[in-house]
Design a protein around this ligand. Structure first.
Ligand code: GH3
Ligand code: MG
Ligand code: MG
Ligand code: MG
Length: 316
């Protein structure tokens, strides 16, 4: 139905079907003072299965945005009473970056100066009215494809490929902010490091693939043991790190002791039938430290103590 102009090859149709599936999840806000224009755009967007919201001026649009934090595309007219598309775009860009929301400007009086001005203040794209339906669809989908692409890249850049946990980079990016915020309020943030015991022996005895399997298994147990507000990441090799912003330091021992016991008690049955017990040593810092780096250094010293003391234990 939507392929009217230009060549429609199989690849294009497959892309289109993927976009239709994706679009059912996406909210698009149409801002225009003309009811006819809004209806026309909503009808077009409905063909593409978008979830369409409407506003008749800038002020109303800001209210709709306030109620719907997950709008990914705003299509705005230029000339509107109260607040025009230009001012609206400036205001919205203070709240949402180009990576989080696409803004497409539209105008009947569109001239090159207007579109350039609009793009400079943060618009993602510009369409002159009247437009061809297919140009409209192509621009809308291209802008959303870009957002999706950025989102996927950000996801990949923050994760450890093997375990699916956050990676070290993300741990520091987010952790340092959480840590300093808590420090300003003179609240201790619990930071810990764990290291699998005799992991080299597991690799040497059963092979690297089984070593990887153990890392995945431990990663999954760790992921399941913490709350969404806690930061759990693969620090490197067979070491994992934790940052718990909202717990009383006195609770730390109990929390990490429970994890140590859980890992020790969940035996791993290998493809060859052998049964493997995994143990970990954990070093915890629950004192008030001025920086994440210093808290990690304390936790690392505790981890070293735990190893020296015979492994499979929590030290703090
Ligand atoms: P300890 O109890 O003192 O921690 O001894 P360990 O053998 O666990 O410590 P060591 O640091 O000597 O060995 C860690 C090993 O982890 C060495 C390295 O080859 C292995 N390793 C690091 N990353 C990976 C990985 O992604 N997959 C696998 N299979 N092994 C890894
Ligand atoms: Mg208008
Ligand atoms: Mg190690
Ligand atoms: Mg180790």
């Amino acid at each position: 139905y939507v392929v009217k102009e230009g060549p429609a090859n199989v690849d294009y149709v497959v892309t289109l079907l993927k976009q239709l599936l994706r679009n059912t999840q996406l909210k698009v806000l149409v801002v225009d003072d003309s009811k006819t224009a809004r209806l026309h755009l909503a009808r077009l967007l409905n063909i593409y299965r978008f979830n369409v919201l409407e506003a008749e001026n800038g002020e109303q649009a800001l209210n709709v945005l306030d109620d719907n934090k997950d709008i990914c595309l705003m299509i705005t007219d230029f000339n509107m009473p109260k607040m025009d598309g230009f001012d609206l775009t400036k205001r919205v860009r203070n709240l949402y970056s180009k990576q989080d929301m696409a803004i497409i400007g539209m105008s009947t009086y569109g001239n090159n100066l207007l579109s350039a001005k609009f793009l400079k203040i943060g618009g993602s794209d510009f369409i002159n009215k009247p437009f061809l339906e297919e140009e409209f669809f192509c621009r809308v989908n291209q802008n959303l494809d870009l957002l999706e692409y950025i989102k996927n890249l950000k996801f990949i850049a923050s994760r450890d490929f093997l375990t699916g946990l956050y990676n070290r980079q993300h741990f520091f990016d987010v952790g340092e902010k959480l840590f300093s915020r808590a420090y300003r309020m003179q609240k201790a943030t619990v930071v810990a490091l764990t290291d699998i015991d005799y992991f080299k022996k597991i690799n040497d005895t059963y092979g690297h693939d089984i070593g990887d399997l153990v890392l995945k298994k431990v990663g999954a147990m760790l992921k399941a043991s913490f709350r969404a507000t806690d930061l759990v990441a693969r620090y490197g090799g067979e070491e994992f790190c934790f940052l718990l912003p909202n717990i009383e330091p006195g609770q730390a021992q109990g929390i990490f002791e429970a994890i140590r016991r859980k890992i020790e008690s969940e035996l791993l049955v290998l493809p060859g039938g052998e049964i493997l017990q995994i143990t970990t040593s954990i070093g915890v810092c629950s004192s008030l430290e001025p920086s994440l780096e210093e808290a990690l250094s304390k936790a690392d010293k505790m981890l070293y103590q735990a190893k020296r003391n015979g492994r499979n234990q929590v030290m703090l």
